[in-house]
Design a binder for this molecule. Structure first.
Ligand code: IDP
Ligand code: MG
Length: 152
């Protein structure tokens, strides 16, 4: 019998991060409000200052990109909020709620479009992260919330 605290593997989950800029600006509640108002369910939540090692793993696909070092620096510089969110098609749904990567260009009505902007820095501060595929979601949730995932 699986422990009740573990995620239900028959349901879809995604990893959301309220990045250090969003947390520092006091936008955690606003981001969570939008996710809950949409109808998704929060299954895990923690405030954490992530290590460089965790972030290098999290952003492994971007290793070698010109922005990688700045991104890891920024993401490890201050606390962030990590969240596991559940719901049908939640991975796509959260990406839609978030808006596109560049906050200056993200559509109004999206989290990045409404709450983010450019600040003239070498790294992009865009308030949130959301997993981009089922494979990424599974990998990222295991990384940030190993305690919620059944060990195989
Ligand atoms: P995503 O967060 O919308 O999925 P990705 O392309 O996966 O975007 O990039 C991950 C993160 O890396 C972005 O959210 C942003 O913070 C940062 N980033 C992406 N592209 C650039 C860039 O060209 N310059 C600086 N930072 C970038
Ligand atoms: Mg991405």
């Amino acid at each position: 019998m699986p422990t009740p605290d573990l995620l239900d593997s028959h349901k879809e989950h995604t990893l959301v991060l309220i990045k250090p800029d969003g947390f520092a600006r006091g936008l955690t509640g606003e981001v969570l409000r939008r996710i809950e108002a949409k109808g998704y369910v929060l299954k895990g939540l923690k405030i954490k200052q992530a290590s460089r090692e965790l972030l290098e793993e999290h952003y492994a696909e971007h290793r070698g990109q010109h922005f990688f070092e700045g991104l890891v620096q920024f993401m490890s510089s201050a606390p962030l909020v990590a969240v596991v969110v559940e719901g049908d098609r939640v991975i796509e749904g959260i990406r839609t709620l978030m808006g596109t990567t560049n906050p200056t260009l993200a559509a109004p009505g999206t989290i990045r479009g409404d709450l983010g902007r450019d600040w003239g820095r070498s790294y992009v501060e865009n308030v949130v992260h959301g997993s981009d595929s089922p494979t990424s979601a599974e990998r990222e949730i295991a990384l940030w919330f190993p305690e919620l995932v059944e060990r195989s």
